[in-house]
Design a protein around this ligand. Structure first.
Ligand SMILES: Cc1cc2nc3c(=O)[nH]c(=O)nc-3n(C[C@H](O)[C@H](O)[C@H](O)COP(=O)(O)O)c2cc1C
Length: 503
């Protein structure tokens, strides 16, 4: 029985000596796209991205959010396009496979995106499912869903949002391949989607917040999910020009049973461990202020802090929308150094206050420590470093070239040895639970996913390669990095020059 995040994380660790073969049941492959057959789908206006801003503009602390942004159908279509889109298609035999703008472990895309709309010109009030393949919105419930959702997110005291995005995950899409370990990917992947949404809303200067702390049952109930299969992991209210319309009573009309739409395969295998982990991490608590930060809780011996050097000119080769829509996982890394200005730009993005602290709950920031293995970074000795995102400094924790050893730890995915840098998302799971409650694990994993997606988009904008890595031997990773008893690597993201773009 899983009763804590640590028990789940350790219970789903990969061990080199205990890896069992696992055949994928191709005949029972989960449906990649959710579809509400028989429900009305409205086509989104055909928009192309309006803002040709750079990725760096989105991290600018002087970029003001406009509380009065008028959100209409076109603007909503633009946000959805930049948040979640099909961006490439390949053919396997007689079937097409669609890749998305969001990275996802095994390209299994467990997440779904919904949006509650109230008084948005051109869109009827209601709760919609985003039909990513058809570029439409399926109306699943009529009325003002925001009125039903606000109390569940603790937003009664704040002005009424105009939109609320709801990000869910369907377990079986990932557990079909990753079995018990799939809850990790559900959280990481949903974090990737949340970051794309955050970047899109920031580009539109729309104020928003990524909420991970909410009443699970009420939110899942409004969405009509079958919670044995699909659960909401994040809710993102967004504020625009306040409505002059009377809010009304909430959702209207008879409540239809929507739970059958959470099923994605004829024979779904249940993994009780996943349900137990989700239940165990349902309880949160207000962040306890501590003197020590996560970086001080990992057992690392940090040398003195060095300030980040911000590059004079930011090296953009692509605009932000182009980078989101062109992003791909790259594995053809070359053993070439990443230039200092590009590396500083990546670190600067990870520190971006508007995206870290303004856009998220305080627990998000406190839940993880960002580190990196420098293998081939101009002006930086190889070693393990920790990034302090508030003070914008780095501190060395260990000296020496560790890329080969980390590659061995990452199931010997050999191309990883050529990467210039491995970004590391770390947490002490006992301290996390003590300071943020069990729900801190959801924050930590989704924040890791968010930052991972940010690295992907920023690296792409500079024509660097990037690839997320969820497959590693957990104990070996902790021991290679010198982490203490409860210190864990949650996620790794590799980045650096790749053959495609090199020279
Ligand atoms: C959480 C996560 C874990 C991943 N783990 C690995 C990995 O261990 N090895 C790998 O080669 N790719 C990994 N990837 C990359 C995915 O395979 C890739 O995102 C997916 O195939 C979709 O392709 P795209 O990113 O080019 O759109 C991971 C991605 C994510 C988001």
């Amino acid at each position: 029985m899983i009763d804590s995040a640590r028990a789940y994380h350790d219970g789903t660790a990969y061990d080199r000596h205990e890896m069992t073969g696992h055949f994928l049941d191709w005949g029972n492959q989960p449906e990649a796209f959710k579809s509400y057959a028989g429900f009305e789908t409205v086509q989104l206006p055909n928009v192309s991205p309006r803002h040709e801003c750079s990725v760096w503009d989105l991290a600018d602390t002087n970029r003001h959010m406009d509380e009065n942004t008028q959100i209409d159908a076109e603007r909503l279509a633009g946000i959805l396009l930049l948040s979640h889109a099909v961006t490439a298609t390949t053919r396997h035999g007689t079937t097409d496979f669609h890749f998305r703008s969001v990275a996802s472990a095994g390209a299994l895309y467990p997440f779904e995106l919904y949006v509650a709309v109230f008084d948005v010109p051109g869109v009827e009030d209601g709760l919609y499912h985003h039909d990513v393949a058809g570029r439409g919105l399926t109306l699943i419930r009529r009325g003002n869903a925001l009125a039903d959702l606000r109390p569940a997110i603790g937003l009664e005291e704040e002005p009424a949002p105009v939109l609320m995005f709801l990000l869910t995950a369907i377990y079986f899409r990932s557990s079909w391949k990753y079995r018990d370990r799939a809850y990790r990917y559900a959280l990481l992947d949903t974090g990737h989607l949340a970051e794309n949404l955050a970047l899109a809303l920031t580009s539109e200067r729309i104020r928003f917040r990524i909420c991970v702390d909410f009443e699970d049952d009420r939110v899942n109930g409004v969405l009509g999910l079958d919670t044995a299969r699909e659960v909401c992991l994040a809710v993102v209210p967004a504020w625009g020009q306040p409505s002059s319309k009377r809010p009304g009573a909430g959702l209207s009309g008879p409540r239809t049973d929507l739970s059958r739409f959470s099923r994605v395969a004829a024979r779904e295998v249940e993994y009780p461990v996943i349900h137990e982990a989700h239940a165990a991490t349902s309880v949160g608590k207000a962040l306890v202020e501590r003197d020590l930060e996560m970086a001080d809780r990992l057992g690392l011996h940090l040398e003195h802090e060095l300030p980040l050097r911000r590059p004079h000119t930011l090296p953009s080769k692509m605009s932000y929308p182009e980078a989101v829509l062109k992003r791909r996982s790259m594995r053809n890394f070359v053993r070439e150094q990443i230039f200092a200005d590009r590396f500083s730009a990546l670190l600067g993005m990870l520190c971006a206050e508007p995206l870290n602290r303004v856009a998220a709950e305080p627990t998000a920031d406190a839940s993880i420590c960002v580190g990196f293995l420098a293998g081939n970074v101009e002006g930086l000795d190889p070693g393990l470093y920790v990034l302090n995102r508030q003070r914008e400094t780095i501190s060395r924790a260990a000296r020496g070239f560790m890329m080969d050893k980390m590659t061995h730890v990452c199931l010997d995915q050999e191309w990883l040895a050529n990467c210039a840098v491995h970004f590391l998302f770390l947490s002490n799971l006992d301290f996390l639970e003590a300071s943020c409650g069990p729900r801190g694990y959801r924050h930590a994993m989704m924040t890791a996913g968010r930052l991972g997606q940010r690295i992907y988009v920023s690296a792409t904008a500079m024509r660097l390669g990037c690839c997320g890595i969820g497959a590693y031997y957990d104990d070996e990773a902790a021991s290679l990095l010198g982490l203490n008893d409860a210190g864990r690597l949650l996620y790794l993201v590799a980045a650096g020059p790749v053959r495609k773009y090199y020279r």
